[in-house]
Write a protein that binds this ligand. Sequence first.
Ligand SMILES: Nc1ncnc2c1ncn2[C@@H]1O[C@H](COP(=O)(O)OP(=O)(O)OP(=O)(O)O)[C@@H](O)[C@H]1O
Ligand SMILES: [Mg+2]
Length: 503
Amino acid sequence: MSGDSEKNPVLGFDLGTTFSALARWIDGRGPRIIQNKTGQDTTQSVVYYNPEKDEYIVGQIAYRRGLITPENMIVGVKRLMDDANQKVLLGGKEFNPVDISAIILEKIYEDAKSKFPKGVFSSRGSVVTVPFYFKAHQIENTRTAAERANINCIGIIQEPIAASLCYAYQLSEEYPEKEFSENILVFDLGGGTFDLTLFRLEQTKKSLNFEVLGTGGDDRLGGMDFDACFADLILKKNQLSLDGLTPIQFNQSRQKLMEATIDAKKTLSSTTECWVSVPFIIPPDKNIDCEMTREEFETSIQLHVRKIKEIIQNLWKKSGIKPSQVDRIIRVGGSSAIPCMKALLDDVIGESKVWSNANPSTSIAEGAAMYAAYLDNRGFFDKDIVIYTRTCHALGIKTVKREGRNFKELIPANHRTPCKVKQVFTTYQDNVPFLDIDIYQGAGPVIRRDTHSHIGTISITDLPPRPAGKLDVEVTFKIDEEQMLSVTVVAEGQQKSAILNYT
Ligand SMILES: Nc1ncnc2c1ncn2[C@@H]1O[C@H](COP(=O)(O)OP(=O)(O)OP(=O)(O)O)[C@@H](O)[C@H]1O
Ligand SMILES: [Mg+2]
């Protein structure tokens, strides 16, 4: 089957912190964004719950209505995806982050379906994107959200890989016969996350190979943080403060302030000054009414800019690649449009090497649609897509605590995959009747909730009595091309295995 079936297309969903997007794949033409009902390429990842009608609204209208009743609205749920059980109260009703993410995916999908007669349009296979930094449980939570949204999820892809697929596709369309190899850096600065990924992209006659050479980033750095800095500055310039307001007044004033701030921030990406006015921001009669300049905005976010520079510097150190060895920078994410970010990349790598899609906010959804087409039918593209990657976090098992350590790494962070590692352990007590091998992903010698995530357990029971140190337990970790981790434990002739998703 081809990828451009009109009514049963393959789809790519970019589930962003602040904005989400949906693209379909059209054979011979490439990825195409499906605009939302209001004709926009991206939809605000905002959910508003109306308790009177028991209905959900997603997007800009949700945000606008939330200005009036903020307790019914949620923004930035992606930052809560590490805890599926977290309570989110909307209009007095309890939700969790997975429910909210499912509502966003479902509404975007419904918008696409509404362009066809009822019941006619359905996804043959969808791919949803996640940041490179997401750990196994965050990816699982995203997959669960996709299942709840009934979008027929056939895969998950990391955002920078999706963005570079888009670029690689353009290149291979332009030069289908040419063999080349380039070092590319994906600089993705969105609403909530900063992701930096360095790849070697190689095109041969048979395949398109991606090898991840290094990564860096911060999952708490993006446009939302810039908004907070700039909003504080705008208040200060108008000699105003939101202190002392009632909770309802505070929410309403804060929302109005944020809307004006974000508008001003975006305007300042194309002009050097703009006027900001919010009448009656503080009841009964205080207004925001002032001119703001690009320089003031960029100064207000200096701390974050410095952090971004540090993360870039660290990437050179970690990967051993010099800036001069980078052939191309792919600029992705709405916040990468900010002039000082552009200037930063021009400075570090050189203007001529920076590439961006016409709309840097849509490349990820477009790349995801391409990956969906590939998973749906591997023959759709005349080349295989091979992704060699590196582990983001170390993988290992929980051991008995010795010298303060209880995490034994089998595969370190930043290790090339596919790979296979085998290690033999032994028991520390006499006559151990059973073993529970707990598999973790994380950083640091001690397993802690905030640094490690538990990704599985393998149990071996009915062990014969053996003295301490006399029972060999062989543990093998293998990561295949699909980035699935298989763990095999062999003890006293018994063998148990589990396939785990760790990416
Ligand atoms: N022209 C612009 N200038 C400055 N910032 C912009 C511009 N356009 C969009 N943004 C900001 O970009 C962010 C949204 O970008 P994007 O859609 O790439 O993020 P996201 O996918 O929601 O976030 P993430 O990738 O972190 O999950 C918002 O913070 C928005 O205010
Ligand atoms: Mg994004």
